[in-house]
Design a protein around this ligand. Structure first.
Ligand code: CMP
Length: 142
């Protein structure tokens, strides 16, 4: 089905200057970027985005990392976009990520793992709405 998913290029990957390389992976796989912006998240914004992880031991480090520098947030659209994006990213822990995936190529650790992608269509809808208004999203007509 034609889906949308939400993606973040995290501060480590922005610092490595690989935004374009990562966008090329999305586009080469047939995903279209239908919304995109660079932001530097506030502590409150990062805590709200990752609220489901509030009780996890890594929560504080996660929020510190995600607010340590600018990120790119984007909406990707395409056939099976949620699963396709997760295949492009590879496993959360780069040590487990298959060769040729974003985490394998660009991530240093499970904490600094280059990118985020929604895990299901329901979380995609929530995550997209957290960062984008409907008028910022530009569905392709051609
Ligand atoms: P992300 O997809 O952005 O969602 C939560 C993030 O927490 C995850 O990527 C990892 O970068 C980070 N994290 C750190 N430790 C863990 C862990 N043990 N399990 C899952 N996520 C972790």
């Amino acid at each position: 089905a034609l889906e949308r998913t939400f993606s973040i290029i995290k501060p480590d990957a922005v610092a490595k200057n690989v935004i374009g390389a990562i966008y090329n992976r999305f586009e080469s796989a047939g995903l279209r970027i239908v919304a995109s912006k660079m932001i530097h998240m506030s502590k409150e914004q990062a805590e709200g985005f990752y609220a489901e992880h509030k009780e996890r031991p890594f929560f504080g480090a996660l929020v510190d990392f995600m607010t340590s520098g600018p990120v790119m947030v984007q909406v990707l659209e395409g056939e099976n976009a949620v699963v396709k994006n997760r295949e492009i990213m590879g496993a959360t822990n780069p040590a487990d990520a298959a060769a040729g995936t974003l985490r394998s190529d660009y991530a240093a650790s499970i904490d600094e793992n280059a990118c985020h992608g929604s895990d299901a269509p329901e979380s995609a809808a929530r995550e997209i709405a957290y960062f984008f208004s409907e008028e910022e999203i530009c569905p392709r007509t051609r």
